[in-house]
Write a protein that binds this ligand. Sequence first.
Ligand SMILES: Cc1ncc(C[n+]2csc(CCOP(=O)(O)OP(=O)(O)O)c2C)c(N)n1
Ligand code: SF4
Length: 284
Amino acid sequence: MNNAFDNHAKTAWCPGCGNFGILDALKEALEQLALSPRQVVLVSGIGQAAKIPHYLNSNVFNGLHGRSLPVAFAVKSVNPGLTVIAESGDGCMYGEGGNHLLHAIRRNPDITVLVHDNQVYGLTKGQASPTSEDGFVTKTQPQGSLSKAFNPMSFAISQNTGFVARGFSGDKEGLIKILREAILWKGLSLVDILQPCVTFNTVNTFGWYKKRVYTLDGHYDSTNRIGAFEKSLEWGERIPLGVIYRHEHPTFQDKIRDTFGVDNLVYQGRDSHLVLANEWSRFR
Ligand SMILES: Cc1ncc(C[n+]2csc(CCOP(=O)(O)OP(=O)(O)O)c2C)c(N)n1
Ligand code: SF4
């Protein structure tokens, strides 16, 4: 069946790369949500993961390494009617872009943040990334990485992010379900997607993940923050997939509306000078 988001572009990924599963799941989720390519904006930085917008029929902004979130935030702020998705690798989002992630979470714009987490820098040929395991051996860290792995789930829950989930590119149906929920979520949603890099990460392979991942069932309460934090610490022999934490709170767009009485940050219309005058008065 035709998918409106197919653009039939040739990909530059290695055969077997975990990014293919994410690309398929994303196209399917967007189609199932009955979104049109005109309504969707994919924003990314630099990396193998960041190439994904090239392979979908939608609006695209491909910018600097680690800098997708300021652009995604700006797009949503001036045109709240669009569905805005930031796509990134673990290096791009948690390394170079870490500061932006922190402050985007504080503002809670209604955007979806997808991180293709292959626990390595793929594009630049296999250096350790923020989520690489302590001791992970690479060509540039032959004695093993000397840093602890960053835990994106615990971090996001500690900052009270509205929607925090983990998917796996080898579980297409589960991932589609998570992506649909994340895109529909009002506020910032963070989905960390386990994505094997078959070329530069020979430790965390499809087999390694398949042996460990399991899906959270209906008994799990994703609204309990302390329980969610404990769940986020589970990593190693067992790795939970699904929505780990959810917590509704006003979005940045809600606050703009409540504070200034406008729907977006492009002040148009008769009273726009009053809104601007009010803003300037705060800086005097
Ligand atoms: C400011 C800046 N620093 C570093 C780089 C080099 N660089 C390009 S992609 C990349 C890492 C990509 O790794 P990741 O974000 O994990 O994505 P992957 O390629 O694994 O999908 C780096 C360090 C850059 N382009 N710009
Ligand atoms: S280097 Fe790794 S992340 Fe990049 S395309 Fe190849 S398998 Fe995928």
